[in-house]
Ligand binder design. Sequence first.
Ligand code: BTN
Length: 269
Amino acid sequence: MPDQLSPDALAPLVRNTIFARAEHIHYFRTVGSTNEMAMQAADAGAEEGSVFVADEQTSGRGRGGHGWHSSADGGLYLSVLLRPNLNPTDVLWLSLITGLSAHYAIDLVLGAPPDLRWPNDIMLGNRKLGGILTEMAADSTHVRHVVVGVGLNINQASFPPELADIATSLRIETGRDWPRTEIAAALLKSLDREYRALKTGLLANISGSIIKRFERCSSYAHGATVAVEEAGGFTGQTVGLDARGFLRVQTQDGVKTVLSGGVRKVAGD
Ligand code: BTN
């Protein structure tokens, strides 16, 4: 039986954060997509810090137009609404700080840090433990709102055959169940800290810290031999993140910048 993700359980655990108002935590037993709900609410004027969380999604969205497996057997499906004063080209920072927040939250609760695969995947070994989907409404120079959705595989005992080789859960890895509410709270607390720093620090000052910490938390950032599915596909060795937060890969034709993801490790020479 999944643990209860109700607003009354979650709100006291995230006191003093922008996510703390129980009336702005929206819990669904089943919903199409928490990102979709959050985007609709944002259009209707919902407040920054609103949280949308579900036990099950019937049309969970993943990156690149993919779906996100969201059955009611112990996953965490959570989206937050943010209204940052950012240029659309800087929204990548929100994805990176959310990845860091998920990394810190899982480390705190589990006692073992997951890996981060640029830009948005939370990994245990070669399998995906979670993912982040950032969606926004913006004009050419200004972001109106951003919805950051996080899917974490926590208590699933198994996955459908097509995902079994690429997905894992905390339960599969450790043989026991984990409290989703505690993990959700740790994630929101960490994201609150990161987001406040991003908003208050000049982006120019804070971006260096995000890059350094992301590189420290990711075995993909430096010296990994990777295949990248963009620009016709290329392979090479990662050489860190650039000043805008994009991953750089040293290829035979020089250093290439990965813009959208689709990075996987391949055996080196
Ligand atoms: C990915 O493809 O790796 C991103 C997956 C993001 C899934 C989460 S689950 C909560 C939120 N609602 C959605 O429909 N998608 C995101």
